[in-house]
Design a binder for this molecule. Structure first.
Ligand SMILES: [Zn+2]
Length: 243
């Protein structure tokens, strides 16, 4: 005849967690674990450290393979990144995207802060650069001087200013250059930057209105309007700017 009483379940051993790791297994806990499981519990930290070390080694040895993988899946990575960016923008549409100019301004601010914090280093760097680039410095100064004389407001972009300085530097380094007015060859040291339409008559200091003039022509022309000056030279020139 069966008894009506329910079999009592043994309560799990909660006396202490160390019982799980004890070398003498109790009936309720560790005994039910396999040898491997008991070994793992007893040496968990050492095993984890070893695994981590091994992963790191494999990761470091595998750099080339990972690079190759990235190269062959570049488009997918790129698409994933674009998707990520689009989703981010969708989630926060009002977040303003910094413009190229913003980045430039930030970089300038960082540079400025650095130069203020390291005045001696900055001075030394500036001097080293100037010593290594004397022609560039001369071209820069020339451009600046003409800009000051110009009655027109300077609206040139950074790109245009760079082009002007490049041009000034390029001919100042040549053996000889041709004068725009007399068409004779001269040493660059005997030539000047000249404005086809003079600055005093409203000409601009832009690449479209500058030329190389020998000292003689420059002196004779002075600030004559090109239409007037054209009568005095052998080969009249075309005016690009109307002043
Ligand atoms: Zn000349």
């Amino acid at each position: 005849m069966a008894t009506e009483t329910k079999p009592t379940l043994p309560l799990p051993d909660q006396s202490s967690s160390t019982a799980m790791l004890s070398s003498e297994p109790s009936d309720t806990g560790v005994a039910s674990l396999s040898y491997q499981q008991r070994y793992y519990l007893a040496n968990k930290e050492a095993i984890l450290a070893r695994t981590k070390k091994r992963h790191k080694e494999v990761y470091e040895q595998d750099t080339e393979r990972r690079k190759a993988y990235y190269q062959s899946h570049r488009n997918e990575y790129r698409k994933r990144y674009q998707r990520y960016k689009a989703e981010k923008l969708l989630a926060n549409p009002t977040s303003p995207k910094p413009s190229r100019e913003d980045y430039r301004q930030r970089k300038l601010a960082r540079t400025k802060a650095w130069t203020l914090a390291n005045p001696e280093k900055y001075k030394a760097m500036k001097k080293a650069w100037a010593d290594a680039n004397p022609d560039r410095i001369k071209a820069y100064d020339k451009d600046k001087a003409h800009k000051r004389r110009s009655s027109k407001m300077d609206t040139s972009t950074r790109k245009e200013r760079k082009a002007m300085i490049d041009w000034l530097e390029s001919w100042s380094m040549k053996k000889s250059v041709k004068c725009y007015w007399c068409l004779k060859k001269h040493k660059p040291s005997n030539c000047h930057l000249d404005h086809i339409a003079p600055l005093s008559k409203g000409g601009s200091h832009t690449l479209g209105n500058v030329c190389i003039a020998c000292a003689e022509c420059n002196m004779h022309k002075h600030s004559k309007h090109p239409s007037e000056w054209n009568k005095e030279i052998d080969q009249p020139v075309l005016m690009l700017e109307s002043v």
